[in-house]
Design a protein around this ligand. Structure first.
Ligand SMILES: [Zn+2]
Length: 385
């Protein structure tokens, strides 16, 4: 972005009219009509790469069975692991491209994307190679290594043994191939404890990866405090986090990344305490958490959920969906803002004010998307594919 402002500001700054500048052919005119222009959404927590679907689990949830019940019955994440292991890299790439198209058409221009459904050395590498092979798509993809997403069936009852593999050979291969910017871990009761998580995060940081974590989603393991201690860029979920842990995160500059689609999909009545976090001055991001158990590609819906279930004001939610996400990736000057020097990732929403985005929920308000200065969505449809 070179300049943001009114016609009058433009003439003062450059000594010519916008029409003069356009007539030299250096710029292209895009008419936003009476819509609103916002920075592209930065969806800073997704599990983009997986195969298979789990629509049958909706009925199991309606019968009152919990996430952990379904997992113990051999469903849940482990069925996705089976399908993802069976899929080839080309198939997974096609799946990811389709999802990125949907995300782009809903106004997302940057996506953080995790591995975590392979859970063997080769299958985790396969998924990360796919995430690194999406450069032709307009959406910017930031890859995260999440080998520690679940304990695979081969290590049932032995999370410590599996963690040795993840923090050892698996991490070493990921780093030597340069496949990830971030390392992540699912720190939760029944998955990986704080000690195991800390071991992985220390090793990953020592090898130059930045850190983000899943913590305190179901049980408060004091994961927020761990995120602060480890200097994570982002700590995600935070449903059960205690006040002291959140305060430590705030002190350490860890972004609170909230995923309201997850309790919605799990039919959970408890949402993260966004109001408390905002009122204590924390930087908050919101993200889709796109995964087979929370299949949402639409950040506008996440903005609406954040207002309706987490008491965030519309402009707070829109900021969390743009600048908040960018800050969770330490890309705050570059993404998530409309300002000189930032990437020209812009979305034209066909609404009279931004407040309409959460207010009129359930439909796609995107008219146009401009990515790095190029028009890539027009009339709500992806161009050139
Ligand atoms: Zn997640």
């Amino acid at each position: 972005v070179e300049f943001v402002g009114t016609r009058l500001d433009f003439e003062k700054r450059f000594g010519e009219t916008p029409e003069d500048a356009l007539s030299r052919g250096e710029y292209e005119r895009v008419d936003a009509g009476m819509g609103c222009v916002l920075p592209g959404f930065v969806d800073s927590h997704t599990h983009l790469v997986f195969a298979g679907t789990r629509e049958r689990e909706l009925e199991m949830k309606l019968e009152g069975r919990s996430y952990m019940d379904i997992l113990e019955a051999g469903g849940g994440i482990l069925s996705t692991v089976r399908a993802t292991r069976e899929a080839g890299g080309d198939e997974l790439k096609e799946i990811c491209l389709g999802r990125l198209d949907a995300m782009l058409e809903h106004g997302t221009t940057t996506v953080e994307a995790k591995s975590g459904y392979g859970l063997t050395v080769e299958d985790e590498l396969k998924c990360l190679r796919v995430l690194n092979d999406l450069e032709d798509h307009p959406v910017r993809v930031i890859p995260t290594f999440l080998g520690a997403h679940a304990v695979p069936p081969e290590y049932k009852g032995d999370p410590g043994g599996y963690m040795e593999l993840v923090a050892g050979e698996m991490l070493d291969r990921v780093v030597s191939e340069g496949l990830a910017r971030y390392c992540d871990v699912f720190c939760e009761e029944g998955v990986f404890d704080v000690e195991q998580s800390t071991h992985l995060l220390e090793r990953a940081a020592g090898k130059g990866l930045s850190l983000r974590v899943h913590v305190d989603e179901f049980v408060d393991l004091d994961g927020a405090a761990m995120a602060a201690r480890m200097g994570c860029h982002s700590a995600d979920h935070l449903h059960s986090s205690n006040d002291a842990g959140l305060a430590a995160m705030n002190e350490a500059g860890v972004v609170a990344n909230l995923l309201p689609g997850t309790p919605y999909a799990l039919m959970d009545k408890e949402y993260p305490r966004a109001r408390h976090m905002l009122d204590t001055g924390m930087e908050v991001a919101i993200s889709t958490d796109l995964n087979p158990n929370c299949w949402c590609e639409n950040m506008q819906f996440v903005v609406s959920l954040s207002c309706h279930y987490m008491a965030m004001k519309p402009m707070e939610a829109l900021r969390a969906a743009t600048l908040g996400g960018a800050r969770s990736l330490r890309m705050g000057g570059e993404l998530g803002v409309l300002a000189p020097g930032a990437a020209a990732d812009l979305v034209v929403f066909d609404v009279p004010t931004p407040h309409h985005i959460p207010y009129m929920f359930g439909r796609n308000h995107v008219d146009k998307v401009i990515k790095d200065g190029t028009l890539v969505v027009d009339g709500g449809k992806r161009l050139g594919r």
